[in-house]
Design a protein around this ligand. Structure first.
Ligand SMILES: [Zn+2]
Length: 237
């Protein structure tokens, strides 16, 4: 067994592990800002929702004010008619005034019901507004927590990535020139999918069968590519 080639296959195995580690670290680094964005969007949604509820509550109060004003006017009208009743000069005038009083009192009674209904609605809506306010407060707490977490994690992840990238460069130096050229070409074309272990009798990348004679070639420390996906194959430990 040629010791140099044996170490080449070891290096390929290590390189693949490093690449997977880098993919994982970079994904974790990207996840922080994505999560922050989602939390910020959530806070914004909760703020918009609360503003909308406040506007609806204000509209309800305006309806209530208007109806209460109408009721006061109706009550004043009844009082006016009642004064006129005492000064009525004919039976017909008296009758007419009584009819008018009855009509206004009917309208006032409807208004009173509507006022009670509106007040009930306002009371119930207060619960909705309170809940929306609590939701917003919680969203802000979550945003703050995530901001702290991301701020704490990012430097560690960046340092890890730098360390692993240095390890990668170091391992790449261990490949022979011709294999390194092949490896870099594959890396440019496929990124972290340049390499794959043989798993059982299949390619770990595309899961197609790797012929027995190819596995033997790998065991003989030859550089072998998967016939289906073109990944550079190595044997796992
Ligand atoms: Zn394959």
């Amino acid at each position: 067994m040629n010791p140099t080639q044996t170490s080449t296959l070891d290096v390929l195995r290590t390189l693949h592990r490093i690449h997977r580690q880098l993919v994982d670290l970079r994904e974790r680094l990207a996840r922080g800002p994505r999560l922050l964005q989602a939390r910020q969007a959530h806070v914004q949604r909760m703020e918009d929702r609360l503003a909308q509820f406040h506007a609806e509550a204000k509209a309800l109060r305006m309806v209530l004010d208007q109806k209460q004003l109408q009721l006061r006017e109706g009550e004043e009208r009844v009082q006016r008619y009642q004064r006129q009743l005492n000064e009525a000069k004919s039976n017909a005038e008296y009758q007419a005034l009584q009819e008018q009083i009855k009509a206004v009192q009917m309208a006032n009674s409807v208004l009173e019901d509507e006022i009670l209904e509106t007040m009930e609605k306002i009371d119930q809506f207060k619960l909705t507004v309170d809940q929306a306010q609590a939701d917003l407060a919680l969203a802000k707490v979550e945003l703050e927590k995530t901001t702290q977490e991301v701020q704490n994690q990012q430097p560690t992840l960046q340092a890890d990535i730098q360390r692993v990238e240095a390890e990668l460069t170091q391992q790449e130096q261990l490949l022979s020139d011709d294999i390194r050229e092949i490896y870099h070409r594959l890396l440019r074309q496929r990124g972290d999918e340049a390499l794959a272990p043989v798993e059982g009798e299949s390619c770990g990348g595309c899961h197609q069968q790797v012929p027995i004679n190819m596995i033997s070639q790998i065991k003989l420390n030859q550089v072998v590519f998967c016939k289906s996906c073109g990944r550079l194959l190595y044997l796992p430990e």
